[in-house]
Design a protein. Sequence first.
Length: 291
Amino acid sequence: MASVTQQQIQKFRQDGFLVLEQFFSAEECDSMRSQIQKIVAEMEVPPHCRTAFSTREEEQLQAQGSSDYFLTSGDKIRFFFEKGVLDEKGNFLIPKEKSVSKIGHALHAYDPVFKQITHSPKVQELGRKLGLERPVVVQSMYIFKQPGIGGEVTAHQDATFLHTEPLGRILGFWIALEDATQENGCLWFIPGSHTNGITRRMVRAASGASTCVEFVGSEPAYDDKQFIPLPISKGGLILIHGEVVHKSELNSSQSSRHVFTFHVMEAKGTTWSKENWLQPTPELPFPSLYT
């Protein structure tokens, strides 16, 4: 991997994203893929996915179970599924390795392979080049984008979900573990859209509410013509500013689009919102990116 130039960093500040092809080697990508295969092979389906939908009350308990499972996943390795892959008893209708949508949100902390990638010397060097003084890792996810069913991710800004004061302190690292193409659901961005702040926030709902999180504010209608696709080869890294608008389409192709992604916050002079769904815990305070 060639070192990042000041020119590229300038481009990142201007666009809100930066494509770095071949940042990771094919071997590094394959080690993440084989590690995730092991994790999926040992996966137990969470109980809340297994309750039969019978009464309204059970449905509410199920929803509550799902929301607790999600809300407490910040310091664990947990499994989230595509729609329609489980029957009402929680049995897989398709092979389980093809049913998982994502695994999150603490692979970087508890899995040796993903921890090594997250804190790899080249990632740390990139952080320093970007001028990060006290970066901490807030979350990580493995995203599968399964063939034929990998759902679309509608236009959004990461800071909607990971809010900081001031804004501009969140940075996503998005690593293609396979070629990401327009056919299998690569990312699309609106260049320069990271300069207008955010209009919507996802916050923890008051306890006792029917949902675990709620949205405050509204997402503007984005003009489809403003988005540009960013296909990227296996091993490529896309840096994503916390406020840049991006999306990905449904994967209607026959090939998956595996990705490992993690988010970093510049902790110096920054307040992490107490209303964010994701909170550091005594077991897992946000670890420093620099080792």
